[in-house]
Design a protein around this ligand. Structure first.
Ligand code: 5GP
Ligand code: MN
Length: 349
């Protein structure tokens, strides 16, 4: 199997981790299946390798309910609302591992603290343009997911005789599955399927994982999806683009819960002639601020990068076909800005 991490990086990272008794694993704001999957997989690995190691996963804000079944999810610490406990844990750590993000700003207010902490940091990630804040930086935007990278990291370290435990296998599969939309994008490398075969031999039930993650919508979420498609989707045929926006009031009507809008941005791409899809969700101002925050998600197909607009207009970034950013102000102002700017970035065909 082609393993894309250089052996030197693997040894360096393992050297750092071998000495560590207390490890804190951070992953990004709005944690998804790859974020939680890679973090828990690494935690299980580190703790099974040595009983002297204690590894804690910290997320900046809560993760969606459809990931709560994952082994170890009940021990994850949420920074938002539990800052003191998390800060204490971070203070006691000998090593910090950053998974599925490459810029300290992606973990919110605690990012600064992580950056300042004088201890070795290992970063494993698959997004473009990593910032230079880790002691060991393992980054490859060509792979499907951070879970895929964590798999290589463990495989390269442990050698061919290593078999992932069922816990590790369940966690890694979840990230492979969610970051590729159940293997419908970013999923053309044959190595991915060799990993899946291996995880299945380790005991995962892939159809059960699919059901636990993708078939867990509430009635409110189904109705919100219907509302988005029926009432809110605006089409821009010249650019083969769809835009959906949701205000705070609209979200309240559907009793919005964290994760309820996950995946809505992908729906318009199911139309044959839509190649760009943009979704905007308005949120209450962050504590200590007055402006609403609008979270913007971009998706596209083929050679139509959306990360440049995400970076230049919405201070975000991401992959060529899936990126995001945010905007401080009302949903109407955000939409107006987007509608003014997109012709500079999107192709007319
Ligand atoms: P989503 O639309 O699912 O929130 O995010 C899709 C992808 O866009 C993420 O995997 C991440 O790569 C990127 N992304 C989303 N929001 C941000 C952001 O605020 N900043 C950066 N740099 N990337 C983002
Ligand atoms: Mn990811």
């Amino acid at each position: 199997m082609n393993t894309p991490i250089s052996p030197e990086l693997v040894s360096k990272a393992h050297e750092v981790l071998a000495e560590a008794q207390r490890v804190v694993i951070f992953t990004h704001m709005g944690p998804d299946g790859d974020a939680i999957g890679s973090s828990l997989a690494l935690r299980h690995y580190l703790e099974s390798r040595s009983t002297a190691t204690q590894a804690t996963v910290i997320v900046p804000n809560d993760f969606p309910d459809f990931l709560a079944w994952m082994p170890g999810a009940d021990q994850i610490l949420v920074y938002e609302g539990h800052a003191e406990q998390c800060d204490r844990c971070l203070d006691e750590a000998d090593v910090v591992v950053c998974l599925d993000f490459n810029d300290p700003r992606r973990i919110g207010p605690v990012g600064e603290r992580v950056q300042q902490k004088p201890c070795p940091k290992v970063m494993i990630d698959h997004h473009l343009y990593p910032t230079d804040f880790a002691t060991v930086l393992i980054s490859d935007p060509a792979v499907s997911s951070t879970c895929e990278l964590v798999y290589y990291f463990l495989r390269q370290r442990e050698g061919e005789s290593w078999h992932p435990s069922p816990e590790i296998a369940n966690c890694l599969y979840t990230g492979l599955m969610t970051d590729t939309g159940n293997f419908s994008y970013n999923s053309n490398r044959p190595e991915l399927y060799e990993i899946i075969a291996e995880l299945m031999r380790a005991g995962i039930q892939k159809d059960v994982i699919y059901d636990r993650v993708f078939n867990q919508y509430s009635a409110d979420r189904m109705r919100l999806m219907g509302y988005c498609l029926y009432k809110k989707m605006r089409l821009y045929p010249e650019h083969h683009m769809a835009l959906i926006t949701l205000s705070i009031d609209e979200l309240k009507q559907f009793n919005y819960k964290q994760g309820d809008t996950e995946g809505i941005v992908n729906l318009p791409l199911q139309m044959g002639d839509i190649f760009y899809s943009v979704f905007m969700r308005e949120q209450e101002p962050k504590p200590g601020t007055t402006k609403n925050v609008v979270k913007v998600s971009f998706r596209s197909q083929g050679d139509r990068p959306v990360n440049v607009m995400a970076a230049e207009v919405f201070r975000g970034g991401g992959h060529a076909n899936a990126s995001g950013g945010d905007f401080y102000g009302s949903i109407h102002t955000a939409a107006r800005l987007f509608l003014r700017e997109y012709p500079k970035y999107f192709k007319k065909e």
